[in-house]
Design a protein around this ligand. Structure first.
Ligand code: ADP
Ligand code: ZN
Length: 649
């Protein structure tokens, strides 16, 4: 949703670009360097032989040897008035002063030159002075001394600008903005308007945030009774479930400005920047109060202090968090700034954040159930103007178990893209199903090279899954099986899992058995197994481990759990159980899996003919549905506990 946001530009002044100053200084330096020093005085040039002649004639008053390279010739008073010297002088642009040499030239070798002068002087008995001098190129020296500093400063400015994110605002002066908050502001002037109408489902959460809207709209109603308005609410839930959307809707409903940023926006390489950004954010919000500050992914800064002490950058994060706490404590109840934060891991947050007076309200935003998904589909189908037929949103909701609101929004968008790619004028049901498949499994890879042998193995593997899940009471009913490679997988079986709140061991075991059905089929038919079962094995191993160590569903290990909801043990290297228990856990996990594998093998041995038949159909059609299975196996013996969509009462 961030596309249309306007960048927040606090008190924007017409900026005088600092680069002009730099440019002027540099040009000045160069100009002085070239014009200054020896370049200024343009005494007429002469040659060594001419000079020797002047010297012999006794016309030279003194010679200044400069930097062991140049000679400046000063004539005697009488010689100056001579015609030959006057004519030279006139060519010079500048009026001559007493200090100006009359001639100058480069003499080449100093030793040689000195000898010549000495010889002429002794020959003629002259008193001509020879003075040695060095002249510094003043501006050139300064330039050379300053150059390294200029370079260092230049590099520093460059790095600062890089880090403060090139996106923000004008060209110059960004170093000075590094401590400014990066929050985006949505208010009446921005065209993004979200209201509760845009948020489907989430009834409980909506009810709770409606209260916040009420606080913002008429604070007096609450404060007149002596109550304090809450300062913060924490939205907790998996990604894509509409936490940002909900916070935006609160701002939209209360018609107050909405500052949105992510926890990681506070984090910068420099010490103190995070805290300064927090201060700035609250200052801006108070200016616009009543207002809402929304901090997405607050765990980036709100992770419990003193944990994960592996990285040195920890202090900086703690400072930022401390500043946030200070700000939340600091603003009075009458400022009407409410902080809404979102996270998908409330358990790792610092307990200080959850204290009363800070984020004292925790609102859970869960993945939508089938009825909520139906509503979300309805919201997101509205923008699709050209639909082929009246879509059955109930059906779509059933096809998308485990999808978040964001996934569903994605399905609707993807369906439109798929329809467009097919060159259709309207979006149809099949496009939606294709979009779902694509989001679940990735893009179909029709041109992946698969040998006939491999294809056979894949077909039997998938048929194995399908057969076992068909025959087990608690395994999820199958929707479709395909051997068209997609994303990472070579084939796939789609199930429609029941959405259970609690799961019984039997249900878990049946599911594991069905997952192992793929490998079991390979074993039964080819008496060989393959690497193709990797993701199946990963899944069952995790499930078995969870049964034993988390849910306490194993007799031998007993009714205990090694799960730590505070997230604290994540950073521990030691296991919370002894070596013996560790061995026992490993053994039990292995037992559970092997048992289910044997069960799958047995099932498939007994139904080898049906398995083969199914695999042949699969090889021929590549994709088969429930109907095909019913043709082979007959109706599923268990009463289908498919979800019944109930109307909210
Ligand atoms: P989160 O902040 O929880 O990660 P977002 O609020 O950013 O998720 O949700 C992303 C997108 O998903 C939203 O912009 C919206 O289009 C869609 N979405 C999520 N939940 C819902 C919902 N309950 N109703 C309607 N749309 C939703
Ligand atoms: Zn498999």
């Amino acid at each position: 949703m961030a596309k249309e946001n306007k960048k927040m530009e606090p008190n924007k002044k017409p900026k005088f670009s600092a680069y002009w100053i730099y440019a002027i200084i540099i040009v000045g330096f160069l100009a002085l360097n070239f014009m200054g020093g020896s370049g200024w005085n343009s005494a007429p040039k002469t040659t060594t032989s001419n000079f020797q002649e002047f010297l012999r004639n006794g016309e030279v008053d003194k010679v200044v040897i400069l930097n062991r390279r140049d000679a400046k010739v000063y004539l005697t008073q009488e010689a100056k008035s001579l015609e030959k010297h006057q004519s030279k002088k006139n060519k010079s642009l500048l009026p001559s002063t007493a200090n100006e040499p009359d001639y100058q030239f480069e003499f080449g070798d100093l030793q040689n030159f000195e000898n010549q002068i000495a010889k002429i002087k002794s020959e003629k008995g002259l008193e001509t002075q020879v003075i040695y001098d060095t002249e510094n190129n003043f501006w050139g020296e300064i330039l050379i001394t300053l150059l390294p500093f200029a370079l260092i400063i230049g590099v520093w400015i460059f790095i600062m600008r890089r880090m403060s994110g090139g996106a923000s605002g004008g060209a110059g002066g960004q170093i000075f903005n590094i401590g400014k908050s990066k929050a985006k502001l949505f208010d009446q002037n921005t065209d993004v308007k979200v209201s509760f109408k845009n948020v489907a489902g989430l009834e409980g959460a909506k009810e709770e945030v409606e209260e916040i809207v009420d606080f913002l709209k008429n604070p007096d109603k609450y404060t007149s009774l002596g109550g304090k308005i809450p300062k913060g609410a924490l939205l907790v839930g998996p990604p894509g479930t509409g936490k940002t959307l909900l916070a935006k809707a609160v701002a939209g409903e209360a018609k107050v400005p909405f500052f949105s940023l992510s926890g990681s926006d506070f984090v910068e390489m420099f010490v103190g920047v995070g805290a300064s950004r927090v201060r700035d954010l609250f200052k801006q919000a108070k200016e616009k109060s009543p207002a809402i500050i929304f901090i997405d992914e607050i765990d980036a800064i709100g992770r419990a202090r003193g944990k994960s002490n592996f990285s040195g950058s920890n202090d900086e994060r703690e400072n930022t968090l401390n500043q946030l706490l200070t700000e939340m404590d600091g603003f009075g109840t009458n400022t009407n700034v409410i902080v809404i934060a979102a996270t998908n891991r409330a358990d790792v947050l610092d307990k200080a954040l959850m204290r009363a007076g800070r984020f004292d309200r925790q609102i859970y935003v869960d993945l939508p159930d089938v009825r909520e998904r139906k509503e979300i589909f309805e919201v997101h189908l509205k923008p699709l103007t050209k639909l082929e037929e009246e879509l059955d949103t109930e059906f779509l909701a059933k096809q998308t178990p485990g999808f978040s609101g964001a996934d569903i929004a994605n399905v609707c968008n993807e369906a439109a893209l798929i329809a467009a790619r097919k060159g259709k004028a309207a979006v149809g049901k099949q496009d939606f199903l294709d979009a779902v498949d694509r989001i679940v499994g990735g893009l179909e890879k029709k041109n992946k090279i698969i040998t006939p042998d491999e294809k056979r193995a894949i077909a039997f593997h998938e048929a194995g899954h399908a057969t076992v899940s068909w025959m087990l009471e608690h395994a999820a009913p199958l929707v479709k099986v395909t051997i068209v490679p997609r994303g990472q997988s070579l084939g796939a079986a789609w199930y429609l899992p029941e959405e259970r709140l609690i799961v019984r061991p039997n249900q878990m075991l049946d599911e594991m058995c069905a997952t192992l059905g793929g490998r079991a089929a390979e074993k039964v038919i080819f008496n060989e197994i393959s690497t193709g079962a990797l993701s199946d094995l990963e899944k069952v191993t995790k499930q078995a481990r969870a049964m034993v160590t988390i849910y306490g569903l194993n007799d031998k290990v007993g009714n205990l759990t090694y799960y730590d909801s505070s997230g604290q043990s994540e950073y521990n290297f030691t296991k919370p159980y002894s070596e013996q228990t560790s061995e026992l856990i490993d053994k039990e996990i292995s037992n559970i899996i092997e048992e289910q594998y044997q069960r799958a093998i047995e099932l498939l041995e007994n139904n080898k003919d049906k398995l083969t038949e199914l695999a042949e159909v699969l090889l021929e059609k590549e994709v088969i549905f429930k109907d095909n299975l019913e043709k082979i196996f007959g109706k599923r013996p268990f009463n289908n506990k498919e979800e019944v969509i109930t109307e909210p009462s």
